[in-house]
Ligand binder design. Sequence first.
Ligand code: IPE
Ligand code: IPE
Ligand code: MG
Length: 239
Amino acid sequence: MLDKNSGIYIPQHVGIIMDGNGRWAKKRGLPRSIGHRYGAQNFRKITRYISKTGVKILTLYAFSTENWKRPIEEVNALMGLFRQYLIDLLTDFRYDDIKVVFIGDRSVFEPKLIKLINESEEVAKDRKGMLLNIAMNYGSRSEILRAVKQIGREVRDNALDPDKITEDDISKRLYTANEPDPDLIIRTGGEFRLSNFLLFQSAYSEFYSTETLWPDFDEECFDNAILEFNKRNRRFGGV
Ligand code: IPE
Ligand code: IPE
Ligand code: MG
């Protein structure tokens, strides 16, 4: 297991695009919803592991603003899992002192789910361990649009001088306000794209893609991503 004593540099902020649940199920002749169930179980297990490695912030992509395009049965199965797992989060993550925050537009979810989301944040708000951002109904373009609208209102109200707006002013109006940018973004399922995840924040993130499908992504797979990250030479535009 990787930890502070292993001599390996542990990134502060890791983002994970949890992809491949559907293909995992298909390979086994099972419905996609079963893949999501195994994916959700893995989410819980791997989050607890990562919280012990010394990672300070973990941002997990659970449902995108584009995922509503899926068949209604699949969307309903996912919403059912979110409801079920939020209750577990309330109980389980407290053992690891994990602080849970949801990023994305929660207002469109059904009232019962919104209540669970709010409660799971509230119960965890004083925890001192890893910060877990769960991206749900999250899309980076809509996140940036939201920030632009907010800035527009502040300019209109004379609270902000348009000539003095900085990159930091934009950062501060994103869901990840006051958090360091992700050092590493992992994508399971083999694709090499961001699919609208943390576009502004990932300007200098290292990208790691693995063929492993999300339900199979275990502790060793995570360790391998960190070992690979340790070989990267981050220049940030310098030499
Ligand atoms: C990722 O797995 C989970 C969500 C997007 C909710 P997919 O459902 O996208 O699985 P594949 O990519 O079709 O295999
Ligand atoms: C990205 O996966 C979204 C999440 C993992 C929540 P998708 O399966 O939706 O992405 P695309 O469609 O392959 O780009
Ligand atoms: Mg997918």
